[in-house]
Design a protein around this ligand. Structure first.
Ligand SMILES: [Fe+2]
Ligand SMILES: [Fe+2]
Length: 463
């Protein structure tokens, strides 16, 4: 089966690529689909009302789209603290004014081990009571710092990274992680802060609900002049048409986001940018669980080595690398209670795991350029004899790219530590690959993997 090549439109905008990819961040943070994109629409409208110049609006635009790039980095910690589903716990935090003691107590009771035994709940509650504010700070700090670092690595400006780092600071100094106050919080961070809260409440109850929360938090969370300017945002009926149950599935949401980028500052999505974006999202994916640390990067390394050994040309190798870096993006939909589980998974938990390639497909299919790789990237758990998942494809349905990804994924999965076992030594990994060659994995790709395995192991040991 031939693999489709990623076709570049005449002007490929970075903004539409990131808008589409931001759905993966929404999934991780437990927000409704399209949260980041709609936060971007709100924040950019507010910037327009405030009369920000194009350069600042460009910095703001990318801060709004990538504000949750650090969201996966605290998922394992949130699960450790609360148990249950880290995505539900994260979203629930945004629905409360967590600075109020009564709201904190209600939140903790709602989110701590909701399905757990009473004794486990009591233990976790006691732990949280002892270290409440330190834990909160840590959870926010990891998310903001990591997000800022990722924005920086993607090539965005220091102002964009600074806006992400300080987006959860509050006007009166009661925010996190640094407790900055007033003008010490960068203006762009203040706008991101108000936009994300307005989106969450706007998604639930429309412009009136968003405006009510913004007004309630005037002078505490939000700067008074931004709250005043928000009144005009509230009246923008075209903007609020993007809210509501079916709006997130509208394919033109990403184009609408592209439309609010300052038009004289459009950044093109050339190959170098796409390399940086795929690598940055690989970090987001791998940060979700301590057990997937560097997995996507290593699968990409293995896939590139196998592809090169099979004689793929430069363009095909580049696309293979993007597909490998993004193959597990659907894992952002899996709660850490399942990803990090040391014991045997239940049938229901397995079902959730089996769906992660489906989410890889759903996320990537709408992304320009990467959309052409969606099918192969989401086929990395398929097997030649139809035993794989989630489509139960057989050899006829698997392109060479999909077959290479499957071998590269198995190679790293066997070599790496897992919650339930240590990483396997080279001889054992080689033996399993040979056993699976034919019925499970493509023999040509396994042969190429064995040819390059010494170099791959040497790199692993160097790292
Ligand atoms: Fe996977
Ligand atoms: Fe994987």
């Amino acid at each position: 089966m031939p693999e489709p090549s990623a076709v570049r439109p005449p002007l490929l905008r970075l903004s539409t690529i990131l808008s589409a990819l931001s759905y993966a961040l929404d999934l991780t943070e437990g927000h409704p689909r399209g949260h980041s994109a709609r936060s971007c629409l709100i924040g950019m409208r507010l910037a327009e009302v405030l009369g920000l110049p194009p350069a600042e609006r460009s910095d703001l635009f990318y801060a709004l789209l990538m504000k949750d790039a650090g969201c996966s980095s605290n998922a394992a910690r949130v699960y450790q603290l609360f148990g249950g589903d880290d995505r539900i716990a994260k979203h629930a935090l945004w629905l409360r004014d967590w600075r109020k003691v009564r709201e904190q107590a209600a939140y903790v009771l709602e989110c701590v081990e909701p399905q757990g035994r009473v004794i486990d709940r009591l233990k976790k509650l006691a732990g949280l009571a002892l270290a409440g504010s330190a834990n909160r700070r840590q959870v926010f700090e990891v998310r903001c710092d990591r997000g800022a670092d990722i924005a920086h690595a993607m090539g965005f400006t220091p102002a964009t990274a600074a806006a992400i780092r300080s987006m959860d600071e509050h006007w009166d100094g009661g925010g996190l992680p640094a407790g900055l106050r007033g003008e010490a919080i960068p203006l762009l961070a203040r706008i991101v802060g108000i936009a994300q809260v307005a989106e969450i409440f706007g998604s639930q109850g429309g412009p009136d609900a968003a405006s009510r929360v913004v007004r309630e938090r005037r002078g505490t969370w939000f700067a008074p002049e931004l709250v005043s300017a928000f009144a005009e945002v509230q009246r923008d009926t075209a903007l609020w048409a993007w809210f509501g149950p079916e709006a997130a599935d509208r394919a033109d949401l990403d184009e609408a986001v592209g439309g609010v980028e300052p038009q004289d500052r459009v950044i093109a999505g050339d190959d170098a940018r796409l390399d940086a974006i795929a690598a940055a999202f690989a970090w987001v994916i791998d940060a979700k669980s301590p057990y997937t640390y560097q997995h996507s990067e290593r699968v990409a390394e293995a896939a590139v080595a196998i592809g090169s050994a099979l004689g793929l040309d430069g363009a095909a190798v580049r696309e293979l690398r993007w597909a490998a870096l993004l193959h597990d993006i659907g894992k952002l939909s899996v709660p850490n209670r399942i990803l990090d589980k040391a014991g045997t998974l239940t049938a229901d938990e397995w079902e959730v795991i089996r769906l992660h390639p489906y989410y890889t497909y759903r996320i990537l299919e709408r992304v320009p350029v990467f959309g052409a790789l969606a099918f192969d990237a989401s086929a990395h758990h398929e097997r030649m004899d139809g035993r794989g998942y989630y489509r139960n494809l057989t050899a006829d349905g698997l392109s060479r790219r999909a077959r290479i990804l499957a071998v590269a994924d198995v190679f790293d999965a066997l070599a790496a530590d897992r919650p339930y076992r240590k990483g396997m030594p080279p001889e054992r990994v080689g033996a399993i690959l040979r056993e699976e060659s034919g019925p499970g994995l493509c023999p040509d790709c396994v042969g190429a993997a064995l040819d390059v395995s010494d170099a791959l192991w040497a790199r692993r040991l160097d790292a």
